[in-house]
Design a protein around this ligand. Structure first.
Ligand code: MN
Length: 195
């Protein structure tokens, strides 16, 4: 059995950039539905007591239905923690130095990250990951996750329509801009970098 993790903040806490209404559907319905589906798929089987990460890794390439749901649980839990109230703006600490080294500065990073999110055709995710001794921006379709690609995920941004449609309709780039200017949680990225 896996569980729906608690949100790290109140459902109203990201407003006005992400509304309580969006959180009610995105966390309360979509994220919960992925958790419930994983539990129905693993019940009574050899993964019934496995951790979420073990389930994602075991299902990769062998059980697409279980992988899709388990990876979506992992990706969403990581996404909620990639944001915080009064977040956004330029990073501080070790992540700031690595961004300078890897991208030539925050402005270049934020342009490339926004382009990755806007350029992901259809549903998916934009990621900041640590690959070897440098940072990279990646995008993944649907439920795909860098967790199974031998890199360390540092931050993610959901670009499925359900992440922004209630607040921004078809304006994905506006949502991406708010994610970068007002929501991104650099403390979380620094914690992941230190692992
Ligand atoms: Mn989502």
């Amino acid at each position: 059995m896996i569980e729906l993790p608690e949100l790290p903040y109140d459902r109203k806490a990201l407003a006005p950039h992400i509304s309580e209404n969006t959180i009610n559907f995105h966390y309360g319905k979509h994220h919960k539905a992925y958790v419930d589906k994983v539990n129905s798929l693993i019940e009574g089987g050899k993964l019934a007591t496995a951790s979420l990460e073990e389930i994602v890794r075991a299902a990769k390439g062998t059980d697409q239905g279980l992988f899709n749901n388990a990876a979506q649980v992992w990706n969403h839990t990581f996404y909620w923690r990639s944001m915080r109230p009064n977040g956004g703006g330029a990073p501080k600490g070790d992540i700031a130095a690595m961004i300078d080294r890897s991208f030539g500065g925050y402005d270049a990073f934020s342009r490339q990250f926004a382009d990755a999110g806007a350029g992901q055709f259809g549903s998916g995710w934009a990621w900041l990951v640590k690959a070897g001794d440098k940072l990279e921006i990646r995008k993944t379709p649907n439920a795909e996750t860098p967790l199974t690609e031998g890199v360390t995920p540092l931050l993610t941004m959901d670009v499925w329509e359900h992440a922004y449609y209630l607040d921004y309709q078809n304006q994905r780039p506006t949502y991406i801009g708010k994610f970068l200017s007002d929501l991104v949680n650099w403390d979380f990225a620094n914690e992941n970098l230190a692992r």
